[in-house]
Design a binder for this molecule. Sequence first.
Ligand code: SIN
Length: 275
Amino acid sequence: MTYDSIEVQPLTPHIGATIGGINLARPLREKAHREIHDALMRHQVLFFHDQKITIDEHLALGRQFGDLHVHPGSPPPEGYPEILVVHADANSTKISGEQWHSDVSCDEQPPMGSILNLHTVPETGGDTIFASMYSAYDALSEPMKVFLSHLTATHDGEQVYRGRYADRGVNDTGKTYPKAVHPVVRTHPVTGRKAVYVNSYFTTRINELTQAESQTLLRYLSQHATQPAFQCRFKWQANSIAFWDNRCVQHIAMWDYYPQVRSGFRVTIKGERPV
Ligand code: SIN
């Protein structure tokens, strides 16, 4: 694939590309928008450096790729319901995304994509690791692919979000968090490729199996899907942006920089019901 308005440097054969030659603070011209979308479909997660953007520019960037999602648990900054705060410092007891996951997969229509901008980063550490769920699917044996094609899984927000934001003043007594059933293997609506769609954060049960079978298969799929061969690792700089496709990628945030500060904002783009 050739690109005219952006520079695309693949990070690994499976997943990830660094993108240059574009300023994301300005509205994207049609061709640049199309090429960024094409690159995302091909590489699944894109990385941009030196992108100093305001919250409003960040929201406008997200809206160029779809309607924006409002997080079911995380308290937004005043006046910005579609902004997710990502922040850790010496007072933090947990961080966002500390286990492998696809964002908010407990929603009936989980987010298509996420755009994370960090304005403050630790001296070293705080990397985000991404894994290709296409590669995970492709590496399965044919009998396993057939077996998984008959299965659905429950994704539950309760176990992830209940009490999670108490340190930011959220009392979630009486609140109900999203819970949804999705196919264990989903077909990407744009590329038509198949991807493993269970993760260790949200997926509680494979519905058609016994509890013991479900636990064993989920453990196997989590280990298989997140193996190093399917990964790329992003080293953040201040004002970097990562844009990932939740339909075919899982990610995990490294908290190896305590007590340093790592801080930024995420805009999340609405998606469709997985099929
Ligand atoms: C997230 O799960 O969106 C957070 C990722 C990160 O902080 O690197």
